[in-house]
Write a protein that binds this ligand. Sequence first.
Ligand SMILES: [Zn+2]
Length: 276
Amino acid sequence: MGLDASVMCNCYRDGKAKPCPFPDLYYVDDDGFPAVRLDMNDAYNEEKSDEFDAWLASCCEHPYMDQSSVYLADWKGYHAFVDALKQGGEGLFSALLAALPDENNGLIPASIARQCLHELELFKQQSGVIKTFLVNTVTGSIISSRTGSESGMFSWDGRTGMRAGFDENGFFIVDAWELNREMFRAVRMSQRQLESDELGQPDRFEYTDLDTGQQFVCGTPVRIFVKSDFGTKQEYPQQMHIEKRSVDVDYFQYILEPLSHILQVSVQTGNPVRWS
Ligand SMILES: [Zn+2]
C-alpha cells in the first residue's frame, strides 16, 4: 500500500479521441476522472457503464485517458518526506504540505501543482534534512527511522496493547488501549529479554532508562532481523539510543522523481493531479 498520482490527458477535449458512445452523458467527476452520467431509472445502466469503460480504455493513445500515472511511495516513505518538508519552517513548503494528501483520494489543480513544483525545487537545493533514528548503541546501526504521521510506532503487543515507538524526544512505550498513556520514555536505554518459565507463556522484556534508572517490563520488544546460517533470525538489541542525523536530500529521491514528474505533467496539460 502507498500513494499513487495521475493526470488526465486532453485528447477528448482536443477532439483527438474516438467518439464517445454517450457524448451527452460524458463528464469529469469531482475526483477528476472521466465518467458517464447515469440515470438511476435507466434499465440499461450496466450496459452503458460497461460500454463507456471499454471506450475509455482505448479511446486515445493513453489508456483510461491517463496522460501519466505514477507510484509515489509507500506510506512510510511518504510520511518521512512530509516530515522533512515540515522541517522547512516559515511556511517554506506550505503549498506542498497543503497539497499532499492524507488518504488515497483528492486532487490539486494545475495552478497549485505549479507552486508545488517551485517548492520542490527549493527542497532539492537544501543541504540536508535532519532525521531522527533509533540506533543500536553497540553496533551504531540504525534500527528504525522515524515516521512522524504514524507517531513513530513500530512494534506492539496485540495481547496487552503495549506499543513501542520513538520521536525526537526519545524511545517510548504507550498503552494503546488506554488512550496511548505513556508508560516509559528514555533517550538511552537497555533492553533485556526475560525468558518465561511457563510453557506457552510469551517472553517479557525489561527496559531500563540509562540516564534515570527507571525500568519498565512488558511483552513488546524492539527486534531486528539479522542474517544467520539459516536465513534470518531475530535479535533484541541490548542497548539503544535516539540520535539525530543529517541526511542528504537525495535520500528522498524515491519520491522526488515521480512527484516532480506528475506535477510537471499537470502544469503542461492544465489538468489536476489526482491522488489515489
Ligand atoms: Zn489521451
